[in-house]
Design a protein around this ligand. Sequence first.
Ligand SMILES: NC(=O)c1ccc[n+]([C@@H]2O[C@H](COP(=O)([O-])OP(=O)(O)OC[C@H]3O[C@@H](n4cnc5c(N)ncnc54)[C@H](OP(=O)(O)O)[C@@H]3O)[C@@H](O)[C@H]2O)c1
Length: 327
Amino acid sequence: MPSVLLLGATGLVGAHLAADIKRSRPDWPLTAFYRNQSADEYFSRVYVDRIVHGSFSDTDLVKSLSKEHDIVINAASSFDADLINLIISGMEERPSTSPKGTLIHLSGTGNFIDYGTTGNFNPESKVWNDDNEEDIKLINKDMFNGATDVPVLEAGQRGKIATYIICLAVTSGQSAFGPTAQLGVGYNIFVGLAKGLGFVPYVGDGTGVVSTVHVQDAVPFITKIVGVAGTQEPQGSAYSRYYIVHGERFAWKDFSGALAKVLYTKGLVSSPEPKKISMDEAGVGEVKHLIAANMLVKGDHAARMGFKPVQPSMLVSMQKDIGEHVF
Ligand SMILES: NC(=O)c1ccc[n+]([C@@H]2O[C@H](COP(=O)([O-])OP(=O)(O)OC[C@H]3O[C@@H](n4cnc5c(N)ncnc54)[C@H](OP(=O)(O)O)[C@@H]3O)[C@@H](O)[C@H]2O)c1
């Protein structure tokens, strides 16, 4: 039975994933790594076999755990290059007598925005497709998640470890821990922007598009890839083992409208209506690029592997996900 290490176990994706892996592969020993000790009861309840408390600053521990396990899942960060390089260096030190390690890395479709600045839909923009290896070869370190995707793809091509990348669209859904837990990276970005501005923004006419997925659609697919990684030899190149998972795609203005409504009910913004601004008024940093741009992706390969979104639209889910969240 392959042993599995889950990093980021207490996150929006990680907590659902731990439970789903144990449901689907009850005999595979699963180690959950996290720092929040109040989560112990949850992980015992979902039959995680081993709990290791620690932070990513415990570099020797992260490296030795990565070396020890047959499958390592990074559900913690798609931005932290030091972390991913540490994981890879540990995995590549596995003795030749052990089975080759497999890294399953979660990334994000922020990689594939067109860097438009008007906020308007651009029918000429590139649609990135996981079925086209040439698209995946274009991923570079300047992209939103490029600092981690590139070393993972390079390690996969070196071949000392096998790699799979599952690239998530902006993710909705509620934490498995209930309303006081993580909202997840996507919600944190957009709620944080709105709280900072005091209102929910959109840029231009707001027809630029965002791609979304529900955590309960994404997680069974990640579990499926864990199963593939533990039972089959890796097929093709590292670029072909890159899966884009997305459900609904809608205009930023609709996203902002739904977000404004729920954040207003929580007393976090001054109006239930979103406000039109220019990209420069959205502040500094990378986030303003997201809301001004188009995020056009297709997951034909993931769909062939069985990914099928069935959960409610993020426009609906958001009212519950954020509405019931305790800030
Ligand atoms: N949610 C989205 O919209 C979205 C979209 C695209 C891609 N992704 C990617 O998918 C992955 C999972 O996302 P998510 O939304 O589930 O993330 P999340 O809810 O923010 O969870 C992050 C996890 O990483 C852990 N972590 C962070 N820093 C740590 C440290 N220094 N030491 C130990 N643990 C640490 C957190 O632990 P604590 O609980 O202790 O903080 C938490 O378990 C990420 O790589 C993310 O970029 C997410």
